[in-house]
Design a protein around this ligand. Structure first.
Ligand code: ADP
Length: 159
């Protein structure tokens, strides 16, 4: 069994993330979507809320599991016996950071590789920040996130 992990903030999960999840789940036997608990980063949703939204929106994909973790991603990958970490690439702006991150991780854990999936062109502009900004100014985010997540974002902003 090949286990892959897809780590990230997912604050909140977008249609771009879900596209990567569906595609990665076809490649790995088991895909663990892992929400990083990073207290130094301010987020709209708690880790529990992010995990719950991911579980709801990926429940139709049989080999996907959603979890959260703290600390180094490579330590979590080792604990789960993952052979690789999946990351999505949108544009060259992602490339520098992602390359450096993957090289650092390779030094820390040579047995865990990083696999990059190029975004579907439909989602190349899309990020969790875009969703939060657009929604914050009253924009329609129905094309950016599943309706379940849209409702959670609007509820959060109403509070
Ligand atoms: P992080 O804080 O780790 O960058 P994100 O939740 O923003 O977490 O993203 C997790 C991963 O998903 C990253 O590899 C990111 O490049 C990728 N990603 C985010 N949005 C998209 C998208 N629209 N298309 C493809 N990959 C994406």
């Amino acid at each position: 069994m090949t286990t892959a992990i897809y780590p990230g903030s997912f604050d909140p999960v977008t249609n771009g993330h879900l596209d990567i999840i569906r595609r990665a789940a076809k490649i790995a036997d088991v895909l663990i979507v892992a929400v990083l608990n990073n207290p130094s980063k301010t987020s709209m949703f708690t880790v529990e809320e992010r995990v719950e939204m991911l579980r709801e929106t990926t429940k139709d994909i049989e080999n996907v599991r959603v979890d959260s973790f703290s600390g180094l991603t490579v330590d979590y990958a080792r604990k789960e016996h993952a052979v690789c970490m999946v990351r999505g690439l949108r544009a060259v702006t992602d490339f520098d950071y992602e390359l450096q991150l993957s090289q650092t991780n390779k030094v820390l854990a040579p047995e865990v590789d990083t696999v990059f999936l190029a975004t579907d062109l439909k989602y190349a502009y899309l990020s969790s920040s875009v969703v939060k900004e657009a929604a914050g100014f009253g924009g329609d985010i129905s094309g950016f996130v599943p309706s379940y997540v849209q409702k959670k974002v609007l509820d959060k902003l109403a509070k």
